[in-house]
Unconditional design. Structure first.
Length: 538
């Protein structure tokens, strides 16, 4: 069945290339990239993209800035906004399953210049994010032993390189395993948090909402008194939350390597809301019950051996073994997040090369169907992690986190813009969304809501630098540098190649719907025995 399915896809691809449909030649990548990711892989990769050091470490920084109520509200609102992004990219990728997620649909439905700018912006984001995760791993390792950070960065970087150069199926198994560990960790931490809060810890001290009252639900950010200071602290959470949710759109990055994308990508997208609630909202809420916002051990820019808030909670409750278990899985989480980030960046760069927007040699794949040169290019930037040799690991982690957050906000905005052009192209051409492999709910309202929210957050992300006597060059650059990069790339490409925005009437949505109908996914195998109870990837 699978062989027949791929043969049908390839024959239809050849027909599309002969017709020279805009954007269609990139479908040829399915003959080069192996379809090694099965349903359980893509589902758990979606989990791996939403659980990482942003939750385990970055949430501590947010708690210091905003207090328990502020951090809980911030992560909840950001979770709602990113759900709109996932619904948007899931609908498009089920119809147009190409490597690079929204990269190629941005060229097909909006403007090739936008695709170019977004693609290289995503590559830049990944090049910063990978060393950020390895620095986070170095932060965690400091809990046990104090060694030169270069040792940990080199070891973890080498493992990431080996994992991504091997078969994508092996990559899927690696991510599947670590994603399962993350899920178990989150469930375990929440259970531990509930027990400690109710007085079931070794000290038998009931915490309840004590820390919401003392030191209070909000923090007077930067010493500004009154409601303004509390609001400023709350608003600062969004940058931390953006980093925490970074790569949540990864369900579509490896779409061309996903088996039965019309079925499996929508499944992953539809479950994101539940995952956001289970793995972020509940977890952050538990954290606010266990650790006061003024705890000196929380991760902040002055720390030298920072720890997870949950490690602090277990330590405060007198639990001796659990902190080591938590830190061990957080360490694997940092490596896993870096691993998945390399996959995202390498496929983005591969997609750019296929479109002639990156050096041609990046199109080369090895005998296992992996674009190994793009992997090597991304991994070369792991060396940025060696900045920790002159600065504390926690300070470098914070700086890299802010750069990634800004780039991520722009990526999410471009995804929303691309979806809205796609949506209104269907409407303009009189094509019902019922013709799509999957029509996401709440559209186009979800896309509009997310686009508006992310634009407001991005434009105000560096607001602290405009407060009197509070100028910070580092904060200003990390907040707005990416806007300059994206606009320069977009305008430069547009002027040089004289590209035009694709009109709603000329958008090739009808042709892609025809391709999807001619190449339906193979029938899904019925669930048997214990698999009937699988709620994570079944």
């Amino acid at each position: 069945m699978a062989e027949k399915y791929e043969n049908n896809v390839n024959s239809d691809i050849e027909m599309v290339e002969d017709l020279n449909v805009p954007g269609a030649p990139e479908f040829a990548e399915t003959r080069e990239l192996r379809k090694g990711l099965k349903q359980r892989h893509i589902q758990m990769i979606a989990l791996a993209g939403t659980i990482g050091t942003g939750l385990f470490l970055g949430s501590g920084r947010a708690l210091v800035a905003a207090g328990p109520a502020g951090v809980f509200m911030g992560y909840t609102i950001m979770g709602i906004l990113v759900c709109g992004v996932v619904l948007s990219i899931g609908e498009i990728s089920a119809l147009v399953p190409l490597a690079g997620g929204i990269l190629q649909p941005a060229a097909i439905f909006v403007d090739p210049a936008l695709s170019f700018a977004m693609g290289w912006n995503a590559v830049y984001q990944v090049c910063v994010a990978v060393p950020a995760e390895l620095v986070a791993a170095a932060v965690v390792m400091q809990y046990w032993i104090t060694l030169n950070n270069a040792i940990w960065i080199t070891v973890f970087g080498f493992l990431i390189l080996i994992s991504n150069v091997l078969l994508v199926r092996i990559y899927g198994e690696v991510e599947f395993t670590f994603a399962c560990l993350k899920v178990l960790l989150v469930v375990g931490m929440n259970l531990m948090g509930l027990i400690i809060a109710c007085g079931g810890g070794p000290d038998h001290r009931s915490v309840g909402f004590k820390y919401w009252n003392d030191p209070g639900p909000f923090v007077q950010y930067l010493g500004v008194a009154g409601s303004l200071g509390r609001f400023m602290g709350f608003w600062t959470v969004f940058s931390n939350a953006a980093y925490a949710f970074a790569a949540i759109e990864s369900i579509a990055i490896a779409a061309s390597e996903t088996y039965a994308p019309q079925r499996n990508i929508p499944k992953a997208a539809k479950r994101v809301f539940v995952r956001v609630v289970m793995f972020y909202v509940v977890t952050v809420f538990m954290m606010t019950l266990l650790v006061p916002s003024n705890d000196p051990m929380l991760l902040n820019t002055s720390g030298t051996a920072a720890q997870s808030p949950f490690v602090i909670a277990a330590t405060r409750a007198g639990i001796k073994v659990v902190p080591h278990i938590i830190n061990a899985i957080v360490m694997t989480s940092a490596w896993s997040s870096g691993n998945s980030t390399v996959l995202i960046g390498s496929r983005m760069l591969y997609g750019l090369a296929r479109k002639g927007q990156a050096p041609n040699f990046f199109k080369q794949v090895n005998r296992w169907g992996v674009p190994y040169l793009t992997v090597l290019f991304i991994c070369a930037f792991i060396s940025l992690g060696y900045l920790t040799l002159n600065k504390t690991a926690a300070m470098v982690f914070t700086w890299l986190q802010d750069l990634v957050a800004s780039a991520q906000l722009i990526t999410w905005m471009i995804i929303c813009i691309t979806y809205l052009r796609f949506y209104y192209s269907l409407k303009k051409q009189g094509i019902s969304r019922k013709e799509l492999p999957w029509a996401a709910p709440f559209q186009p309202y979800a896309a509009w809501m997310s686009l508006t929210g992310f634009a407001m957050i991005f434009l105000t992300s560096g607001y602290t630098t405009f407060i009197h006597n509070n100028w910070s060059t580092e904060t200003f650059i990390s907040a707005y540098l990416d806007l300059v990069i994206v606009m320069t790339l977009y305008l430069g490409y547009k002027l040089y190649h004289k590209t035009k925005i694709v009109s709603l009437e000329e958008s090739p949505v009808a042709r892609f719907i025809e391709i999807a109908k001619n190449n339906p996914d193979p029938l899904e195998k019925p669930k048997t025995r214990i698999s009937k109870f699988n709620i994570l990837w079944g």
